[in-house]
Design a protein around this ligand. Structure first.
Ligand code: IFM
Length: 466
């Protein structure tokens, strides 16, 4: 089989996030984030796991950079921990936090690896939550101040600045279903959080333009591929509602400068959106150089009759609270397999569909797949090897899907595997492993899985074997 060749210049990378790998949570002045508080609250995270040590990257970052180099990667996507940079609150800065990331950026550059930096990947300082969190406008202003410190320190040494990672999760899992930190179940607050995240994105984007004019500006969204269970009007409307609250609540303000009218209508019984002030949507629409797209699986929805038992309700919190604010009448159907260890269905075609949709709706907008990968129950053989064939097949299928989207005209110029290494998988703790490098959490030993070798061969040749 001939195989697919990706062009020179296609950016191959791996991704991580601060709270998921760093550990060192009390070092060099760092104060708690909402995830420290949440993970230390009994019952919130599987097995009571916390990010206190995680993959100990805070101490092992140099050898981890060696792993990236050995993998032959062109880029590394990681996030900055806001509570390292402003541990004591607004108006303060801790140089030790900035210096840590500055060393990381220089270490990447000296190895020929482009730094792709996310400013916010969910570790809100606890002090910001105590002042109201994302439902409060103040948090967007505080975020701007933090972004200014980070971008002033790292500036154009960063290849791509990403303002936010998956604001859908921050808003709806954090404030509606409560399965993520800070664990609140307040639907109206979740919609206010949506808006203040959009606003923070705009503020952060302006800061990047001003202080790092040569860097690329980006945001990463986890866009949902939602399919109606049938062609009935009701099911089509269920899919539309999920698309509105899940996708267009961000795409609208960020790329079109306005919230979609149907979203405002669907959620009118929850909030009047009075927190949106004149000029906010225009602020959120800061022009992007590249859109980051995270993709894992697809969803199938139907209109719920309000009487029959629900099939499943994706992302419901323990209290039964839904993340899908304003869409209570939508039910999520079980998806046919195969599934990953997260219970997510494997559907590479959904990635092609998503990238082609965005290309059609926003012509000329370059994209990168900033996360894609899978958790599987890895086994370590007697000789210490991890033959994760299922992960290799997952990656192969999805990278082929990126190629297919490119063939169909989508301008996708990068792909980042999630994740470089096993890490703290939020509410699932260390139980779910997404890494192409295994972490032994007892010894902190790093071991390449077969998928790491397979990915190295791909990125060094640019060729997806047929
Ligand atoms: O681990 C997360 C990551 O932090 C954000 N995107 C999805 C991944 C897998 O759940």
């Amino acid at each position: 089989m001939p195989g697919r060749q990706f062009p020179d210049g296609f950016l191959w990378g791996a991704a991580t996030a601060s709270y998921q790998i760093e550990g060192g949570v009390t070092e060099d002045g760092r104060t708690p984030s909402i995830w420290d508080t949440f993970s230390h609250t009994p019952g919130r995270v599987l097995n009571g796991d916390t990010g206190d040590t995680a993959a100990d990257h805070y101490h092992r970052w140099e050898s981890d950079l060696g792993q990236l180099r050995d993998l032959g990667l062109g880029a590394y996507r990681f996030s900055l921990a806001w509570p390292r940079i402003q541990p004591e609150g607004p108006g303060t800065v801790d140089q030790r936090g900035l210096d840590f990331y500055s060393r990381l950026v220089d270490g990447l550059l000296s190895r020929g690896i482009a730094p792709v930096v996310t400013l916010y990947h969910w570790d809100l300082p606890q002090w910001a939550e105590d002042a109201g969190g994302w439902p409060a406008r103040e948090t967007a202003l505080r975020y701007e101040e933090y972004a200014r410190l980070a971008v002033a320190a790292l500036g154009d040494r960063v290849h791509t600045w990403t303002t936010l990672n998956e604001p859908w999760c921050s808003a709806y899992l954090g404030y509606a279903s409560g399965v993520h930190a800070p664990g609140r179940t307040e639907p109206a607050a979740a919609l206010a959080a949506v808006h203040h995240l959009n606003l923070a994105h705009g503020f952060g984007g302006r800061v990047v333009r001003e202080l790092a004019p040569k860097a690329q500006l980006s945001v990463t969204l986890n866009l949902h591929v939602v399919r109606p269970a049938s062609g009935s009007e009701k099911d089509l409307d269920a899919a539309r509602r999920i698309d509105a609250v899940g996708n267009r609540a961000f795409l609208g303000p960020m790329l079109e400068g306005a919230y979609p009218a149907d979203l405002l209508r669907d959620t009118a019984s929850v909030t009047d959106w009075a927190f949106v002030r004149d000029g906010d949507e225009a602020t959120a629409a800061v022009p992007l150089d590249v859109l980051g797209v995270n993709y894992y699986s697809t969803q199938r929805v139907t209109a719920w009759d309000g009487v029959s038992p629900r099939a499943t309700h994706d992302g419901h919190g323990k209290s039964g609270a839904t993340p899908w604010v304003g869409a209570d009448d939508v039910d999520f159907l079980p998806q046919p397999g195969p599934h990953t260890a997260m219970g997510w269905n494997i559907d590479p075609g959904g990635l092609t569909e998503l990238l082609v949709r965005i290309a059609k709706e926003y012509p000329g907008l370059p994209m990168m797949v900033t996360e894609n990968g899978a958790a599987f129950t890895d086994t370590v053989d007697a000789d210490g090897e991890i033959h994760d064939v299922d992960r290799v097949e997952y990656l192969r299928g999805h990278i082929e899907a990126v190629g297919a989207a490119r063939d169909a005209g989508a301008d996708v110029h990068g792909y980042f595997v999630w994740s470089l290494m096993d890490n703290f998988e939020w509410a699932y703790g260390f139980d779910r492993r997404f890494g192409i490098i295994r972490i032994d959490y007892d010894t902190q030993r790093r071991t390449w899985k077969d998928s790491a070798r397979w990915y190295r061969d791909l990125v060094t040749s640019g060729k997806l074997p047929g």
